[in-house]
Write a protein that binds this ligand. Structure first.
Ligand SMILES: Cc1ncc(C[n+]2csc(CCOP(=O)(O)OP(=O)(O)O)c2C)c(N)n1
Ligand SMILES: [Mg+2]
Length: 342
């Protein structure tokens, strides 16, 4: 089974091959524009609960989704729209979930980010920070015990999530068991409004890896090419039996914690620093520099994405909502419903 990247080469729209870097950019831009559309729908009262955006984290996110193989396990977090698309989620599925369509992956039981297709190795997230590490670790252990091909399991976390007990227990066990786990940390300098200096006292989050006995990697999270190189290397190391790999990416969240937060606490000094670069702009420059695309092609891609999002919103909006009194609201984990979930 080839990587997502190899798959793209052969299955790009219209049978044409597409450069993996350009494909990464396409997913990043799709995620950004879809997030913006979701924010608009939220403000219009069509999405309930919350909308959490990945603005500024698309390069890191896409690199993980793109580097994994289709048989691997992927557990994204709230800012991983780009990675979700790269791992195979459709725009329609994302919209269905947020707009409450029973045709969505969680059949209208969730309104935003707790969506996935577990049988395809794409896990719906638990909100409790750090919880997904042990879920992925458990799945890897189960595959190992059952004698099945184990593959790689990957999940994402924020800087805040590294201070939880769940993080400690899960990474410790993964290290002891030498699980092929890739843990990607987006150090965006804040957990909601709490800055990193109020979260932990170590110099760098990679220092934590030493204590657990796992390998670590640092990367500039605003740089698409660097993210792809570093994360692909981490995935490769995990696949080759070198145990858990901790990747720490430095970047900033270029938005609030959620659409309800205008983030006045993010310091101007940080925004003006290299951390505050917009990874989409950096990626576009890289495409031009590598002669992978021209400015006109990039603009055409943007127009195509806008069109596909608008079409998807119109189509999903026509899908009927569940009838509150007659819909079967029983848990998706029940055998009757779970068997029907792909
Ligand atoms: C165990 C736990 N404590 C608190 C929360 C509430 N909470 C949700 S998101 C968040 C901030 C997360 O910050 P970080 O991990 O840095 O991720 P970021 O939002 O910056 O991407 C908090 C405190 C939670 N979900 N789980
Ligand atoms: Mg954070």
């Amino acid at each position: 089974m080839g990587s997502r990247e190899a798959l793209e080469e052969t299955t790009a729209a219209g049978g044409k091959t597409i450069d993996p870097l350009l494909q990464a950019y396409r997913w990043m831009l799709t995620a950004r524009l879809l997030d913006e559309k979701l924010a608009t729908l939220y403000r219009a009262g069509r999405i309930h609960g919350g909308v959490f955006m990945g603005k500024g984290q698309e390069a890191l996110s896409v690199a993980l989704g793109q580097g994994l193989q289709v048989t691997d396990i992927y557990a994204p977090l709230i800012r991983d729209g780009a990675g979700r698309l790269a791992f195979g989620e459709t725009i329609h599925d994302a919209l269905r979930n947020c707009l409450g369509s029973p045709q969505g992956p969680m059949r209208a039981r969730d309104g935003n980010v707790h969506r996935g297709r577990p049988r395809q190795g794409y896990l719906p997230m638990l909100s409790h920070l750090g919880a997904m590490i042990s879920v992925v670790g458990g799945m890897l252990m189960a595959r190992r015990i059952q004698g099945k091909p184990v593959g790689v399991g990957a999940t994402c976390l924020g800087d805040g999530g590294t201070s939880t007990g769940a993080f400690h227990e899960a990474i410790n066990l993964a290290a002891v068991e030498r699980l092929p786990l890739v843990l990607v940390i987006a150090n965006n300098r804040y957990a909601y409004s709490t800055p990193t200096e109020k979260q932990f006292a170590c110099h760098s989050l990679t220092d934590k890896a030493i204590g657990y006995g796992v390998d670590s990697h640092s990367v500039d999270g605003t740089d698409l090419m660097a993210c792809r190189n570093t994360i692909f290397e981490a995935i490769d190391q995990a696949r080759r039996g070198h145990g858990p790999q901790l990747v720490v990416a430095d970047l900033l969240r270029l938005c609030g914690h959620g659409e309800h937060d205008d983030a006045p606490y993010i310091k101007d000094q940080l925004k003006a620093s290299p951390l505050g670069r917009d990874c989409l702009e950096v990626a576009a420059d890289q495409l031009l520099g590598e002669r992978v695309a021209t400015k006109n092609q990039i603009e055409t891609i943007r127009q195509e994405i806008v069109e596909s999002i608008e079409t998807a919103v119109a189509e999903v909006s026509r899908e009927s909502l569940p009838c509150l009194t007659h819909y079967d609201w029983c848990s998706l984990s029940t055998r009757r419903l779970a068997d029907g979930v792909s």
